[in-house]
Design a binder for this molecule. Structure first.
Ligand code: C5P
Length: 397
């Protein structure tokens, strides 16, 4: 519930404005107070009356309609807001905010407010990828503005690509995270590893696995939202860096080993969700390996087990592993907790529906040092991230 929370929803001119009607209705059901500010062009897509009926509040559309009233209004909304959400946010409004331009009610209110700001961009793919737009987004991120990434798909203009506004359900979840989650990791440093590693064979080829990094990136994002200083050491992944997270990109297991060991001193909690290659080619050919008539045999050499090495020197740090199995899940996971000196391990069976690499969900069992097994049902990786962090905090205490 969001009772006693005041949300200012800024709606810009884009077809995704219709989705913000659903967002308003969802937030209203959570008992939040919602004040909607529409830009002039937003009012061309959806009428203010729609938002007024859904929010049960007056909708602000133009600061110069009734000067006296609005002048007070923009300051009062700026002060009253716990969070200002701009959804959809156009390139125009993002550009204005990043450059300190306040020429309408929405941008004026944002600039006059110390509330949390959450921006959900929605625009044509080329526009979203435009260097200036990306630069403006980066500027705002560095100033502490939160962003919720647009999705990919068929856009209203007919193009296929990135630019669809995040679904109302996801925006609602992010708002709840920002408003309700305690900052219970404030003062803690968390290292998260994510993604696959790449083990080079020659300048062209490598050995890798199907990991996308989704689980680790979700943990890093949630840990930062809960106030931690977060270092994310990631193998190759296309995922965007979550807000407030310091990211180090690596390729091979040896690179990841170096990066993690260099950071480990700082950590209170280390979460190793990366799918690290156990072996690498014993030799990396400096030239492309040529095709020949016979078979090609590649000799593999063992990689260091980063988690096991961390286990030897962990001290009072909380150390958490992930394990993916295709058989004897619990038995194998228990053995790893002991062998690698972990506080607990998050284990999933690749063959369970909803679990595994690329999807947005997971089904896991959490196994601790005493051998307790906690069964976690199918849920989104972002929700599982919170459960893993809750458990890490309980070990910290
Ligand atoms: O033993 P197994 O590879 O299944 O253990 C998985 C856990 O160990 C994961 O947390 C993974 O990040 C970590 N690991 C590692 N270094 C390796 C292999 C796995 O840190 N070389």
């Amino acid at each position: 519930m969001l009772s006693n929370k005041s949300i200012v929803l800024g709606v810009c001119g884009g077809i995704a404005a219709y989705k913000s009607c659903e967002l308003t209705s969802r937030l209203k059901k959570l008992n939040a107070n919602i004040d909607v500010i529409m830009t002039k062009s937003a009012a061309e897509f959806v009428t203010p009356l729609t938002f007024q009926s859904l929010s049960l509040n007056q909708v602000v559309t133009d600061m110069f309609d009734k000067p006296k009233y609005w002048e007070i209004e923009h300051i009062s909304l700026a002060k009253k807001a716990d969070i200002i959400v701009i959804a959809p946010a156009t390139a125009n409004v993002i550009g204005k905010l990043a450059n300190g331009i306040a020429d309408d009610m929405l941008t004026t209110t944002v600039m006059a407010s110390k509330a949390i700001k959450l921006i959900a961009p929605a625009m044509n793919t080329n526009m979203y990828e435009n260097e200036l737009v990306q630069k403006n987004i980066e500027t705002l991120k560095q100033l502490g503005y939160q962003f919720i990434e647009p999705g990919e798909g068929r856009l209203a203009c007919g193009d296929i690509g990135k630019g669809k506004m995040a679904e109302p359900e996801l925006i609602e979840e992010k708002i709840k995270d920002l408003l309700l989650k305690q900052r219970d990791l404030e003062g803690k440093t968390v290292i998260v590893t994510a993604g696959p590693t790449r083990e080079a064979l020659d300048p062209v080829r490598f050995i890798t696995n199907h990991s996308t990094g989704k689980m680790g990136f979700a943990i890093a994002e949630k840990a930062a939202a809960r106030g931690a200083k977060v270092y994310l050491v990631s193998g190759p992944s296309n995922l965007p860096t979550p807000c407030g997270v310091e990211r180090a990109d690596v390729e091979s297991a040896l690179d990841m080993y170096d990066a993690v060991m260099a950071l480990m001193e700082k950590a209170d909690i280390i979460i190793k969700s990366a799918a690290v290659a156990d072996y690498r080619p014993a030799e990396i050919s400096s030239e492309k390996i040529k095709k020949s008539d016979g078979e090609l045999v590649i000799k593999l050499q063992k990689n260091p087990d980063i988690l096991q090495e961390l286990g030897k020197v962990k001290g009072s740090r909380v150390l958490i592993g992930f394990a993916m199995e295709t058989q004897n899940l619990i038995e194998n996971a228990k053995a790893k907790v002991a062998k690698k000196n972990l506080d607990f391990i998050v284990a999933n069976d690749l063959r369970t529906e909803g679990a595994g690499f690329a999807g947005d969900t997971n089904v896991v069992k959490i196994i601790d040092r005493s051998g307790n097994v906690e069964e976690i049902p199918l849920m989104r990786k972002s929700d599982l991230a919170d459960i893993v962090l809750d458990k890490a905090i309980s070990v910290c205490k």
